[in-house]
Write a protein that binds this ligand. Structure first.
Ligand SMILES: Cc1cc2nc3c(=O)[nH]c(=O)nc-3n(C[C@H](O)[C@H](O)[C@H](O)COP(=O)(O)OP(=O)(O)OC[C@H]3O[C@@H](n4cnc5c(N)ncnc54)[C@H](O)[C@@H]3O)c2cc1C
Length: 382
């Protein structure tokens, strides 16, 4: 006899983990399935740190989700003694009136998010490790924070289990079939499970055809990330180091996080919109090239003279892009009862508690089209 669940979450990156947590708070009989180990280098969610910010240059459509996510992160932190949220603040630097600056200010004003506008000279006075030319300006969001990413995601799973969820790692879903009284999942080891509802939070693998709804829409990309060490004797200058975005004159956008534990010393830095290449999901991630490392070193040398410009470590990670770089959430047309979510395009981690909440409410019957209309599949219908 097939084991039957009320809801199954497939893929336990940060979005699936948050969904499992929210579902387990809401109902009994919930299962999470993850193809790999709890911490691995293959999905998009893994690693030491992620940025949470609400003066969101990407637009004010995200404000309701950001508000719910902020509450969710606080709730998660309250459930755990380990520090998950590091109150670093967030500094967003760019050429005067550039997209990052004007977008951050516009969203901060629309959402009543506390922020300060700084001249280049004020940036260097307040954050002496940053260099900003006189044609730059900045927005500082005091309430932005740096999330201890792996720890936070594991705490979501702990909370899900504490509320009765079951979890299986090393468990790949290969096929979903609609049957008269729900859905049957076939796993790679030959086992099957039955469920009433399903959430697919499989990251870049959503581009593959477990459901046909998203075929051709999502583009998996590989993108490098780098770690740079402090020059000897100047570590103390980084005690006041915010998470940051830094837009260069040519539009390349850098992001980075401060050191929040000893496992990743120095700062983490990457390009958000540059050095990306198409990723074939069946292949291994390649090492970062010498040309890419040299390009990053030149940026670090210019912006952070107190860092050793040549990164001491680098590796490729996975981004998944939609055509408009916003998220996509919906219910499958072909397989009713299957909900999909991609917190894609390299900025979804911060939203996970809110996306998990939306999906749990969708499973309880509340329409996603009503909850998050901006992120519907319909926007690509043409
Ligand atoms: C280097 C980097 C830095 C980033 N920085 C930030 C940041 O500062 N702030 C921010 O908000 N966002 C950031 N992001 C984006 C954010 O991390 C992602 O949007 C988010 O992690 C996506 O999570 P996910 O759960 O949708 O996907 P994933 O984390 O990719 O999870 C999908 C999971 O599904 C599993 N899976 C796939 N297929 C199956 C199957 N058939 N059966 C079972 N399991 C399956 C995979 O093994 C994987 O674990 C960053 C991303 C990267 C790569």
């Amino acid at each position: 006899m097939l084991k039957t669940y009320s809801a199954v979450v497939v893929g336990l990156g940060v979005v699936g983990s948050a969904t499992l947590w929210r579902l387990a708070q809401q109902q009994q009989g919930v299962l999470g399935l993850e193809a790999r180990a709890p911490i691995n280098l293959y999905g998009s969610s893994y690693g030491g740190s992620r940025i949470f910010r609400q003066a969101y240059w990407e637009g004010s459509d995200y404000l309701p989700l950001l508000a719910e996510a902020d509450l969710g992160w606080r709730e998660l932190q309250a459930s755990c003694h380990r520090p998950l949220l590091h109150r670093s603040g967030g500094l967003f630097v760019g050429p005067i009136r550039s997209g990052v600056i004007s977008g951050s200010v516009a969203t901060a004003k629309a959402g009543n998010i506390a922020h300060q506008c700084l001249t280049a000279a004020e940036v260097e006075a307040r954050f002496p490790v940053f260099r900003a030319d006189e044609h730059m300006e900045a927005v500082f969001e005091k309430g932005a924070f740096t999330i201890a990413a792996d720890d936070a995601r594991l705490q979501m799973l702990n909370q899900a289990v504490a509320h009765g969820a079951e979890i299986r790692f090393g468990s790949t879903v290969q096929e979903i079939t609609l049957v008269s009284d729900g859905l049957v999942l076939r796993l790679a080891d030959g086992q099957q499970v039955r469920t009433q509802k399903l959430v697919l939070a499989t990251g870049a693998s959503l581009a593959d055809a477990l459901i046909p709804d998203l075929v051709g829409l999502l583009q998996p990309r590989s993108v490098p990330i780098y770690w740079c060490a402090f020059k000897p004797g100047v570590e103390h200058r980084f005690s006041n180091f915010p998470a940051f975005l830094y837009e260069l004159e040519d539009g390349r956008l850098l992001y980075g996080t401060p050191q929040i534990d000893n496992a990743e010393p120095g700062i983490k830095i990457g390009f958000h919109n540059h050095q990306q290449s198409a990723l074939d999901l069946g292949t291994q991630l390649e090492p970062v090239s010498d040309v890419q490392i040299a390009e990053m070193s030149a940026c670090v040398d210019r912006i952070f003279p107190d860092l050793i410009a040549h990164p001491y470590a680098s590796r490729k990670c996975v981004y998944t892009l939609t055509p408009d770089e916003a998220f996509i959430l919906g219910e499958s047309k072909e397989l009713p009862g299957v909900f999909y979510v991609s917190a894609c395009s390299g900025h979804g981690f911060k939203f996970a508690p809110a996306l998990g909440g939306c999906l749990a409410r969708a499973i309880a019957g509340q329409s996603l089209q009503v909850q998050v209309p901006a992120f519907s599949r319909q926007r690509f219908a043409h």
